[in-house]
Design a protein around this ligand. Structure first.
Ligand code: UDX
Length: 459
C-alpha cells in the first residue's frame, strides 16, 4: 500500500520505517527540514536500538523516503498522524496545535485523490474528544475518513513494540455501523503482517480508543508512584522497598513490572500525559475522578527532592562539593532527556552550589541542549575521578555492573546514592563504600526517619 506518516518524531519515524519493513511504500513528512535531511541520509535523530538498521533497510529498498513537501504525500491511501502533543506552556492541558495544523495542511492536498477512499489514522496521544473534532474536518473531503489508532510504544523497545504490539486498538466514529467496515478493512490491510501473528485487535468508538491510551499511561504512572510512596514508608520505618516490591510482584494479580522504586518516572510521555488527563477530566466536569493523579505526580516529584536531601545528609553541605551523576537519559537505552529525573536532580544539586559532572552513554548531547553550562564527561572512569559523592540515577547496564573495588580507586571518597535500587549494598559496603538507597534502611538498619521528614518538608 501507499502510506504517509505525518510528523516523524520518535513515534512517527519508527512507524514509517516499520511500515516500510512490512512491505509498504512509505513517505514520511515533517516541517523540520533538519530532521528530514538526517532521516533521508539514514542517520537516526535519536538513539533507539534496532532503528538505524530498519531505517537503512527501508531507504535501500526504495520503499521509504522522507519529505517536507505536502504535495508529495497526496497520493497515499492511508495517512498516519504521528505529531507530538506536548504539555501546554500555560497549564496542564495538551498542546494540540501541531496536530490541528497538520490536519489542515493535509486537508488542502487530500482532494487530489478525487474521491478514492483515503484513510487518515491518528496515532498521537490526545484528550478524549479530539478525534471526533478532527473527523468533522476530514469528512468534509469526499472519500476521506478518520480512525484513531493509539500507539503504545516504549522508547528502547520502539521497533519491537511497533512490529509486534500487545494489541491494536482501532477507534472509529461508530463501531457498530458501516462504513466503519471500510476503514477497518483498510487498516487491517496495512497491518496484515502484524495481524497474522494473532495480535488482538479491538474496534471501539473514538472516545474509548483515546481513553485506552491515556488510561494505560496513567495506570503505569500510578503503579510507579505507588511503590515510591511505599518507599517513603520504608524510609520512615527501616523497611526495604526492594523486598516489598519483589514480594508484591509475585502476586499474579499485582505483577512485578513497573514496580521498581527509585527516583521515579520521567520522559516525554508519562508526566505530560497524566497532567493532560487531569486537565481533560476537569474540562469535562469530572476532575474529582482523577484527583488521585495529582498525588501520583506529587509523589513522583518528591522522590527527586529526596535524592537531593539524601546527598545533603551524606555530605553535610553541598556547596562546592564534587558530585558525579551517572545517567542523564530519563531511562536506559534512550538518549531522551525530556523531564529526566536524573537531570532534574543534577540541576537541583547544581543550584545548591555543588560541582556536578554528568555522564551517560548516549544522552549527553541532548542533555547539553536542554541545560547549557552542564559539565558532561563521556568516559565513565574519567567522570568518576575525584568525586566526593556519586549518584546512580539512570540504570544503564554499564552502571549496574560497575565494580565497587575498581570504582573506589577512581573517586576521592567512596560515597554512593543508588537512585534506582540496582546495586547490591552489602557488596558495595564490603568494598568500603558508604552507600544509601531510596526506600531502604541506612547501614545500621535504622529508619531514615528524621531525614525522610526533612524530605517531606522540602517537597
Ligand atoms: C511510556 C509507556 O510505557 C508507553 O506505553 C507509552 O506509549 C509512552 O510512554 P516510555 O516513555 O518510553 O513509555 O517509558 P517507560 O518505559 O514507560 O518508562 C517511564 C519512566 O518510568 C522512566 O523514567 C522509567 O525509569 C520509570 N520507571 C519505569 C520506574 O521508575 N519504575 C518502573 O518500575 C518502571
Amino acid at each position: 500500500m501507499k502510506l504517509s506518516v505525518i510528523g516523524v518524531g520518535y513515534l512517527g519515524a519508527v512507524h514509517a520505517a516499520s511500515m516500510a519493513e512490512l512491505g509498504h511504500e512509505v513517505i514520511g513528512l515533517d516541517v523540520d527540514a533538519a530532521r528530514i535531511a538526517s532521516l533521508s541520509a539514514g542517520e537516526p535523530p535519536f538513539h533507539e536500538p534496532g532503528f538505524a538498521e530498519l531505517l537503512r533497510r527501508g531507504l535501500d529498498s526504495g520503499r521509504l523516503r522522507f519529505t517536507t513537501e505536502h504535495a508529495e504525500i497526496a497520493g497515499a491511501e492511508i495517512h498516519f498522524l504521528g505529531l507530538g502533543t506536548p504539555q501546554r506552556a500555560d497549564g496542564f492541558g495538551a498542546d494540540l496545535r501541531a496536530l490541528h495544523a497538520a490536519v489542515e495542511a493535509l486537508a488542502a492536498v487530500l482532494p487530489a485523490r478525487e474521491g478514492a477512499p483515503t484513510l487518515v489514522v491518528g496515532k498521537s496521544t490526545v484528550p478524549a474528544g479530539t478525534a471526533r473534532e478532527l473527523a468533522a474536518r476530514i469528512e468534509r473531503i469526499p472519500g476521506a475518513r478518520l480512525m484513531w489508532n493509539p500507539e503504545f510504544l516504549r522508547e528502547g523497545f520502539a521497533v519491537q513494540d511497533t512490529l509486534a504490539p500487545d494489541r491494536l486498538v482501532y477507534g472509529v466514529r461508530d463501531p457498530e455501523a458501516e462504513p466503519a467496515g471500510m476503514e477497518v478493512r483498510m487498516l487491517d490491510a496495512a497491518y496484515a503482517r502484524i495481524l497474522e501473528r494473532e495480535v488482538p485487535r479491538l474496534v471501539m468508538g473514538f472516545e474509548t480508543a483515546e481513553l485506552v491510551k491515556v488510561s494505560a499511561n496513567a495506570f503505569l504512572a500510578t503503579k510507579i508512584s505507588f511503590i515510591n510512596a511505599i518507599s517513603e514508608l520504608c524510609e520512615a520505618t527501616g523497611a526495604d522497598v526492594t523486598d516489598v516490591s519483589r514480594a508484591l510482584g509475585l502476586d499474579e494479580r499485582i505483577g512485578g513490572r513497573f514496580l521498581r522504586a527509585g527516583v521515579g518516572f520521567g520522559g516525554g510521555c508519562l508526566p505530560k500525559d497524566i497532567r493532560a488527563f487531569i486537565a481533560s477530566a476537569e474540562d469535562l466536569g469530572v476532575g474529582q475522578a482523577l484527583g488521585f493523579l495529582r498525588e501520583v505526580d506529587a509523589i513522583n516529584q518528591r522522590r527527586r527532592v529526596r535524592a537531593v536531601d539524601l546527598a545533603r545528609e551524606m555530605l553535610g553541605s553541598l556547596r562546592g562539593r564534587r558530585i558525579t551523576v551517572l545517567g542523564a537519559a530519563f531511562k536506559p537505552d534512550s538518549d531522551d532527556t525530556r523531564d529526566s529525573p536524573a537531570l532534574e536532580v543534577a540541576t537541583r544539586l547544581m543550584a545548591a552550589g555543588a560541582h556536578i559532572t554528568v555522564t551517560d552513554p548516549e544522552a549527553l548531547a541532548t542533555a547539553r541542549r536542554r541545560f547549557e553550562g552542564l559539565t558532561t564527561v563521556e568516559d565513565t572512569a574519567e567522570a568518576l575521578r575525584g568525586a566526593e559523592l556519586v549518584l546512580l540515577l539512570t540504570e544503564w547496564e554499564e552502571y549496574r555492573h560497575l565494580d565497587p573495588v575498581a570504582t573506589a580507586r577512581l573517586v576521592d571518597a567512596p560515597r554512593m546514592i543508588d537512585g534506582r535500587n540496582v546495586l547490591s549494598p552489602p557488596r558495595w559496603r564490603e568494598a568500603g563504600w558508604e552507600i544509601r538507597s531510596l526506600g531502604r534502611a541506612d547501614p545500621a538498619g535504622r529508619p531514615q526517619a528524621p531525614a525522610a521528614r526533612a524530605g517531606f518538608a522540602s517537597a
